[in-house]
Design a protein around this ligand. Structure first.
Ligand code: IPM
Ligand code: MG
Length: 356
């Protein structure tokens, strides 16, 4: 089969890790007889430097023409002082919206080989965990009305959170359907003791839960969820969250896997064109040093094969290769024990590619 893949390398370590994932995809193409055609487009700070805006129209059009999109990361100190609508991060929100990517799947599981990198108490880590965070991605406070105005104490700024029943039901359905293919448990996160949007969220989720009698559904307040994630992560199967809560909880979930450098994500719409990216950022502090962990992006490419192209054997091949390097004790700097030798980005990519 032939697939067109748009590459949004972005900033910082973005180009390095996207190139790693491309090498792995090329190995998959050879082994399974596919053709992947890669076309790069500008995004983020790189786009600001080249053409003056973080998300050029050509990028949006290129992504819309492609079968799928692979993204590295955007942002960096160089562009931090630009006004909000010209920041690299704005491009990420813009492309998510333009492609209608309302679902963000962020799996967080503890690899048995990495139990020692897990910062949790040994007795907790021993239970392992395998969580799928289902984050709403095109609504909520990220996209609500915002601005500056004169208030009681002079200048003030505001952001607003708005969720429609439609948006909540749409993402909740994804969570229930996902749970059916896993351990049939959904924990819906909200702040219903304070926020009106959360009360509508909870009500809508309960109504939908009635349609899924075979899935166990419960609610959890977000502050408690932050605590439960480190206390007993094994209790979670599918975690259903709003945009902002999902952003925060997914970083927390990544850290207990040992490194944020391991976690992939899939952003999906109601068609098969998705966008796949590591959940970590552009890590400007290590950019260009060749030491970034490429695994999150490589696993994102595996998610692309699985979700956009329905190539599950090919996705399995990547995921098994990653498990195999970890089982063999190979480590990048972020997951190596203090003082132990570690592989560069390119060496880790070689090791994974060789196992495909
Ligand atoms: C993420 C990132 C983005 C987000 C930023 C860079 C806009 O933190 O994908 O988790 O908040 O969604
Ligand atoms: Mg984030």
């Amino acid at each position: 089969m032939k697939y067109e893949i748009a590459l949004l390398r972005g900033d910082g370590i973005g180009p390095e890790i996207v190139d790693s994932a491309v090498r792995v995809l090329k190995a998959i193409a050879v082994k399974f007889g596919h053709e992947f055609i890669f076309t790069p487009y500008l995004i983020g700070g790189a786009a600001i430097d080249e053409v003056g805006v973080p998300l050029p129209d050509a990028t949006v059009e290129g992504c819309l023409r492609s079968d799928s999109v692979l993204l590295g990361a955007v942002g960096g100190p160089k562009w931090d002082t630009l006004p909000g609508n010209l920041r690299p991060e704005k491009a990420l929100l813009g492309i998510r919206k333009a492609l209608g990517l309302f679902t963000n799947l962020r799996p967080a599981r503890l690899y048995p080989a990495l139990k020692d990198s897990c910062p949790l108490r040994e007795s907790v880590a021993a239970n392992g965990f395998d969580i799928m965070i289902v984050r709403e991605l095109t609504g909520g406070i990220y996209f609500g009305d915002r601005g500056y105005r004169e208030g009681k104490y002079g200048e003030e700024a505001f952001d607003t959170e708005c969720y429609s029943r439609f948006e909540i039901e749409r993402i909740a359905r994804v969570a229930f359907e996902t749970a059916k293919k896993r351990r049939s448990k959904v924990t819906s996160i909200d702040k219903a003791n304070v926020l009106e949007t959360s009360r509508l969220w909870r009500k809508t989720v309960h109504e939908l839960a009635a349609e899924y009698a075979d899935v166990e559904c419960s609610d959890m307040l977000v502050d408690n969820a932050a605590m439960q994630l480190v206390k007993n992560p094994a209790q979670f199967d599918v975690v259903l969250t709003s945009n902002m809560f999902g952003d925060i909880l997914s970083d927390e979930a990544s850290q207990i896997t040992g490194s944020i450098g391991l976690l992939p994500s899939a952003s999906l719409s109601d068609n098969t064109r998705g966008m796949y990216e590591p959940i970590h950022g552009s890590a400007p502090d290590i950019a260009g040093k060749g030491i970034a962990n490429p695994i999150a992006t490589i696993l994102s490419a595996a998610m692309m094969l699985r979700y956009s192209f329905s190539l599950s054997a090919e996705a399995d091949a990547i995921e098994n290769a990653v498990s195999s390097v970890l089982n063999d004790g190979l480590r990048t700097a972020d997951i190596a024990a203090k003082g132990d030798p570690f592989l560069t980005t390119a060496e880790m990519t070689d090791a994974i590619t060789e196992r495909i």
